[in-house]
Design a protein around this ligand. Structure first.
Ligand code: GDP
Length: 300
């Protein structure tokens, strides 16, 4: 996870780590390298620029320059700024005052939505909650099958509507709406709704998710995005947030060879917290996102 970014930041900070004295020259050079490390990791240009400017303002402070170990303080300021960039504090899922809590999951096709719905059900069940999942990704019959398999593995009920021929009924809004009613009837405390994605942001897809939002009034709208898509992840997040006013972001595939830039940019561009990170294909490969832990990981 974030190996490239970690390595490059480590190399950039080597300049100051061992230095007894920090001066304008090595500050400038280190800041240049930190910025390059961020850009190489696919961090948004403006985000990288703001980041280094802020760190620079801190480290040129007299107190840092005169400190016994200015290098350590330098690294500490980079760490603090990373934590801030990643969202500062962990934000939990919203919960309904009166159950069931409705969680709407949206994102592009292949982002890992269906997998995440299974993982989230598993995560909540392990916490003693009683989730149910709904298959409102009605265009790909395989998506409904996939969710049924995952729900079976987790041991939670799944709501889907199939016609007499066994094919999913192509009315995502009806599925979502009825799923919420069914969860309430069954006394489930959470209903997680999987929705259809497309390969690219497209109006019909957005209109459908917006219609589902309107019909189900979710307590939590989670946008799922593949961290490996780099800058595109940021643009897609922005497009979904503009239409849906999301509550949180789920970054998937952080186990892959991802450069990490998405994680570092999404939060500041979209101004919504990252709530979970997907770190593999298995049901338990999900971690709650804590900015401080992630920053520690990145800085090794
Ligand atoms: P959807 O189209 O958004 O519902 O995406 P899927 O849930 O079907 O996932 C697409 C592919 O990504 C599948 O092969 C998943 O196994 C895989 N996948 C999902 N999340 C992760 C993850 O966190 N790490 C890895 N390595 N693969 C993932």
């Amino acid at each position: 996870m974030f190996d490239t970014l970690s390595d490059k930041l480590d190399a950039a900070l080597k300049n100051v780590k061992g230095e007894g004295r920090i001066n304008d020259l090595n500050i400038a050079e280190t800041m240049r390298e930190v910025r390059r490390a961020l850009l190489d990791a696919d961090v948004n240009y403006q985000v990288a620029k703001d980041f280094t400017n802020k760190v620079k303002a801190h480290v040129t402070d007299e107190k840092v320059l005169q400190a016994v170990n200015p290098g350590q303080q330098f690294v500490k300021h980079v760490y603090d700024e990373l934590v801030y960039l990643l969202g500062d504090v962990h934000v939990d899922l919203n919960q309904a005052k009166r159950p069931p809590t409705v969680i709407l999951v949206a994102g592009l096709q292949g982002a890992g939505k269906t997998t995440f719905v299974g993982k989230l059900a598993h995560f909540l069940k392990a916490k003693g909650r009683s989730p149910m999942v709904a298959a409102a990704d009605v265009y790909r019959p395989a998506a409904v099958d996939q969710l049924e398999t995952l729900a079976g593995q987790v041991g939670v009920p799944v709501f889907a509507i199939r016609g007499a021929d066994g094919v999913p009924v192509k009315d995502a809004v009806a599925v979502a709406e009825q799923a919420v009613a069914e969860a309430r009837r069954m006394g489930r405390d959470t209903i997680i709704i999987d929705t259809a994605g497309r390969l690219h942001v497209d109006e019909a897809m957005m209109d459908e998710v917006v219609a589902i939002k309107k019909a189900t009034e979710p307590d939590e709208i989670l946008f799922v995005v593949d961290a490996m898509t780099g800058q595109d992840a940021v643009n897609t997040a922005k497009a979904f947030n503009d239409r849906l006013d999301i509550d949180g972001v789920v970054l998937t595939k952080l186990d892959g060879d991802t450069r990490g830039g998405a994680a570092l940019s999404i939060r500041s561009v979209v101004e919504k917290p990252i709530k979970f990170a997907g770190t593999g294909e298995k049901l338990d490969a999900l971690t709650e996102f804590y900015p401080d832990r992630m920053a520690q990981r990145i800085l090794g």
